[in-house]
Design a protein around this ligand. Structure first.
Ligand code: ADP
Length: 320
């Protein structure tokens, strides 16, 4: 049975004075407790997924966070793409040393109300590859959640790597009260095939699907304004209909999205009145409505109760 007296409940075993006398079981239990305490202060968590790389998942995560922050909410971004952490670059940060605070690692404040954590901050240089298998990635994501001073957040946006591998699995397992997943796709058939897999993955893990975003949905010709269906148009909406999940909206192709992402300012901050920004604002509004809906709240309550029961069972029927 875990003895709480050996460590203070907020301290991680790697830093508390009782480290040497803590058993593995005690260390694990204290880590779990710490994770629970952190997550309890995060009101809503949305994970952003895609079946394929390059469809604009990080772009959606960053601009969604910027829109929510512009609406006055406290937002965290967890860049859970361990092998390809691009989110800091999209905020104009290549590398920043992470500092320890009294309660853990301090996330980087990219705006006064937007905190960011990413594997990019832990690499010796931007070109260093991360050669890790699943369990190490799981541990890193667990630390990003449990050891980081997120404080009170209205939204935590988790940017995942493409596909249905280790990282989304870890996030879905670690965050018991996850509100839902946004699936980003482009409109062409090959991307849609993979987007369907993301929807089914979410269903298997009982993560509600907030909806599908169709990115790179047509290009308005800069000369004549004519709509060019570069990667086709409407595929994401059709996939949403076929799969019975909400359609969150279309984001057109705009070369300025690339410019702004490369120069490190989210598009929606630079162009508050543009068509692309309006699309992001609508997606943000739908996310806010989704997390507040009685159905989502009820599901979260059930998940929480199920996790608490499982925890109690693990601890032999007693709380820490
Ligand atoms: P992913 O996270 O899915 O790999 P990214 O968000 O990194 O994709 O986007 C890939 C590239 O496409 C980036 O250069 C980004 O700026 C660009 N991009 C994303 N969405 C759009 C868009 N709507 N219009 C133009 N370029 C876009």
């Amino acid at each position: 049975m875990v003895q709480k007296a050996k460590c203070d409940s907020d301290g991680s075993c790697s830093s508390c004075e009782g480290t040497s006398s803590c058993s593995e079981e005690e260390k694990q239990a204290h880590e779990e407790e710490r994770l629970h305490q952190r997550l309890a202060k995060i009101h809503h968590t949305i994970m952003v997924m895609s079946g394929k790389g390059g469809v604009g998942k990080s772009t959606v995560a960053v601009n969604l966070a910027a829109v929510l922050a512009a609406e006055g909410l406290r937002v965290g971004i967890l860049d859970a793409d361990i092998h390809g952490p691009n989110v800091p670059k999209m905020w104009g940060i290549d590398w920043r040393p992470l500092q320890g605070g009294e309660e853990g690692i301090r996330p980087i404040e990219v705006l006064p109300n937007v905190k960011l954590i990413s594997m990019a901050f832990l690499l010796p240089n931007p070109d260093s590859p991360v050669v890790w298998r699943g369990p190490m990635k799981h541990t890193a994501i667990k630390q990003f959640l449990g050891d980081v001073e997120w404080g009170d957040l209205d939204f935590l946006i988790v940017d995942l790597p493409p596909g249905t591998g280790d990282e989304p699995l870890s996030v879905a397992h670690l965050i018991e009260k996850i509100d839902g997943a946004i699936i980003v796709t482009t409109p062409q058939e090959v991307a849609l095939l993979d987007a369907r897999k993301s929807v089914n993955f979410s269903r298997i893990l009982k993560v509600p699907v907030v909806g599908i975003v169709e990115n790179m949905s047509g290009l308005n010709c800069p000369e004549c304004g004519h709509l060019i269906p570069l990667f086709k148009i409407g595929g994401g909406e059709k996939a949403a209909k076929d799969l019975g999940v909400p359609f969150l909206g279309r984001i057109p192709i705009d070369p300025e999205v690339v410019q702004k992402s490369d120069s490190g300012t989210p598009y929606v901050i630079s162009y508050p009145d543009a068509e692309v920004t309006k699309a992001f604002q609508e997606i943000a509004a739908k996310c806010r409505a989704f997390v507040k809906s009685p159905k989502t709240q009820e599901k979260k309550g059930k998940n929480k109760a199920a996790t608490a029961a499982a925890d109690m069972k693990k601890r032999g029927g007693k709380n820490l």
